[in-house]
Design a protein around this ligand. Structure first.
Ligand SMILES: NC(=O)c1ccc[n+]([C@@H]2O[C@H](COP(=O)([O-])OP(=O)(O)OC[C@H]3O[C@@H](n4cnc5c(N)ncnc54)[C@H](O)[C@@H]3O)[C@@H](O)[C@H]2O)c1
Length: 245
């Protein structure tokens, strides 16, 4: 990863921040991204990553807005000169049963999680073709198995799998690889809000008997983005402690 340039969306906290730290620790230059309300966390993340001695900058952009993604792509090219790896990590939940879900709750989750991956990928892909780079996107086990109260979220994460597989067929001839990871339940601010009782049930159904750590997702993403995975494309790697068995 030495001297590679990596963009991780939604990287001010949680799994995204852990991915950024992993790439920086491997010698990569890192473009952080998040929405403006996360700017303080982005500044903190930039400071925390300074220990690895690589270049780190942050770029404010809402992934659900194509124009801001295109501007971000230009700004990253201007700051770093190239882009080798894109990690589509930005994501949100708005959980409610479909009977009670509002059209806004449906649309917002699809807009960030699925259209967001489209917007960023469309904006960055020309750069990745130049570098024969790689994309890794965050799906989820619930994109395969579904989950009570998450029709919007699981539809968005199933969509990420379709996007990954189709795009891998389109860009393999350019030497660009496209993969996804499907995490189980990982300890981050996103899952901190789950009721304790539900956390207990999830652990019971997870072979490893625990939630995962963000670093355990970051390790696999770094592998998939690296030359070690040079013949892996269109794959979805479950990283769930055995939850989906
Ligand atoms: N935590 C889990 O158990 C789990 C499991 C499976 C998949 N995932 C996926 O992993 C990814 C990271 O999740 P996390 O647990 O670290 O969540 P998180 O809420 O801690 O982090 C998500 C980040 O995305 C950012 N974000 C939200 N909307 C954005 C937008 N429009 N533009 C740019 N950035 C935006 C948030 O501000 C936040 O910093 C998400 O895609 C999530 O769906 C998480």
């Amino acid at each position: 990863m030495k001297d590679k340039v990596v963009l991780i969306t939604g990287s001010s906290q949680g799994i995204g921040k852990a991915i950024a730290a992993k790439f920086a620790s491997l010698g990569a230059n890192v473009a952080l991204n998040d929405i403006p309300s996360q700017e303080e966390n982005l500044k903190q993340a930039k400071q925390d990553l300074a220990q690895y001695g690589t270049k780190v900058e942050y770029f404010l952009a809402d992934v659900s807005n194509l124009e801001s993604c295109q501007k971000m792509a230009e700004d990253i090219k201007a700051a770093f000169g190239k882009i080798d790896v894109l990690v589509n990590n930005a994501g949100i939940t708005k959980d409610r049963t479909l009977m009670k879900m509002t059209p806004e709750e449906w649309e917002k989750v699809i807009a960030v999680n699925l259209t967001g991956a489209f917007n960023v990928t469309k904006s960055i892909l020309p750069s990745l073709i130049e570098t024969q780079g790689a994309i890794v996107s965050l799906s989820s086990v619930v994109g395969q198995a579904g989950n009570f109260g998450q029709t919007n979220y699981s539809a968005s994460k199933a969509g990420v799998i379709g996007l990954t597989k189709s795009l891998s067929k389109e860009v393999g001839r350019f030497g660009v690889r496209v993969n996804a990871v499907a995490p189980g339940f990982i300890e981050t601010p996103m899952t901190a809000v789950l009721p304790e009782e539900m956390k207990g049930v999830i652990k019971k159904f997870t072979a490893m008997g625990r939630f995962g750590q963000p670093e355990e997702i970051a390790n696999a993403i770094a592998f998939l983005a690296s030359d070690q995975a040079s013949f892996i494309t269109g794959a979805v790697l479950n990283i769930d402690g055995g939850l989906s068995i």
